[in-house]
Design a protein around this ligand. Structure first.
Ligand code: SF4
Length: 364
């Protein structure tokens, strides 16, 4: 980031303009924070020391860069945080998919186009607008692309508070949104941090299928279905497979149950609309996809992150939890000799569940 060499600038007026330009670019909200994250750094260190990050080694890498923006990007004085809503119009129908064991549940944030590129491109455009106004300035745009404590920065910028489930919530926007950041060397006026409004509520803690929220504001990622279905490579711990139900990519239960999401804003971004009817597809159909089909149908979507092996592994678990039927058994048997040992192991587990249900007469 080059050293600033700027003429006299009315930073308060510039901050107002930045927020206006961000709205014009499709961001639902924008806030500005400083770079002090000392309290959050402690929280992060404790979380890592407890091993709650599981195999996400990247969370422990990069030293203090994650909690000290000026170490990631020297010269950074402020962070401009932006929000983009992703909730589809019928997000309430999520429960009916979760409740239907023949369907696969995919987290609502990943049903449309991958948000990373889209948001980063718009943050770059925002930076260009600023440059057009004041000339060259130091900046860098991030959307999950570097070690950034995005929720803490967004909270400090007034975009919401971090709930007991560790997701950011806004009183008038719920929690179904993506965050992005523009680090900058401009000494803009900062916004007032958001205050907390969880109160005595603990619905997210109680609903979590795998009890991954081990205490308020503390998530053991090793138990979280989002981690198990997306981040974890290899075998899913057996004791967590049944509670996964039919969730094959991510999990939204803690957000779906949050009372603040009655204020969630529907997305205005056509690119975030669900693709290929993935918001309620049959497990047997998804399990039948070849690798080519998987790659073709998930092109440009964040869902690709799990890889084909992970995709089959996750669906095998869901089929093990599905109501016993001939199509379910046939789909599993067809993959029993799959070249991947991980897929074979999960298929064998799934078939065992159905054998066990015949012996016990459990019709599920
Ligand atoms: S469900 Fe309740 S405790 Fe959890 S984040 Fe929402 S308001 Fe906070």
């Amino acid at each position: 980031m080059p050293a600033p060499d700027l003429p006299a600038i009315d930073y308060a007026a510039l901050a107002r303009s930045i927020k206006q330009w961000a709205r014009e670019l499709g961001f639902a909200d924008t806030g500005i924070s400083g770079v002090d994250l000392a309290r959050d750094e402690q929280h992060l260190q404790q979380w890592l020391a407890d091993g709650h990050h599981g195999e996400m080694d990247y969370m422990a890498r990069h030293g203090a860069k994650r909690s000290r923006p000026q170490e990631l990007e020297p010269g950074t004085q402020r962070v401009i945080s932006v929000r983009m809503d992703y909730a589809p119009p019928d997000i309430g129908s999520a429960w009916s998919v979760i409740g239907n064991g023949e369907l696969g549940y995919i987290s609502r944030y990943t049903l449309g186009r991958d948000y990373h590129k889209l948001m980063r491109g718009r943050l770059q455009k925002l930076a260009e607008r600023i440059r057009g106004e004041i000339g060259e300035f130091g900046h860098r745009a991030y959307v999950d692309s570097a070690p950034v404590l995005e929720k803490a920065l967004a909270r400090n910028a007034g975009l919401g508070w971090i709930g007991k489930h560790t997701v950011l919530i806004h009183r008038r926007a719920g929690s179904y949104f993506f965050l992005g950041e523009l680090y900058t060397d401009l000494p803009l006026p900062v916004d007032v941090p958001a205050t907390e409004h969880c109160g005595s509520c603990r619905r997210c803690i109680d609903i979590c299928p795998t009890q991954a929220i081990v205490a308020p504001y503390r998530l053991d990622a090793r138990r979280c279905i989002s981690y198990l279905t997306i981040e974890l490579k290899g075998n899913i711990p057996e004791e967590l497979r049944k509670p996964m139900g039919n969730r094959i990519f991510g999990c939204d239960d803690c957000q779906l149950v949050c009372p603040w999401n009655k204020f969630a804003q529907q997305t205005e971004e056509p690119d975030f609309a669900p693709r290929h009817q993935l918001d309620g597809a049959r497990l047997t159909e998804l399990f039948g996809w070849s690798e080519d089909e998987f790659l073709r149908r998930t092109e440009g979507m964040a869902i690709r992150r799990t890889g084909y092996e992970g995709w089959l592994r996750n669906i095998a678990v869901a089929l093990g939890n599905a109501p016993r039927s001939e199509p379910v058994l046939a789909a599993l048997r067809a993959r029993a000799d799959h070249p991947s040992a991980v897929v074979r192991e999960h298929v064998a587990w799934a078939l065992q569940q159905h054998e066990a249900s015949t012996v016990t007469g459990d019709e599920r």
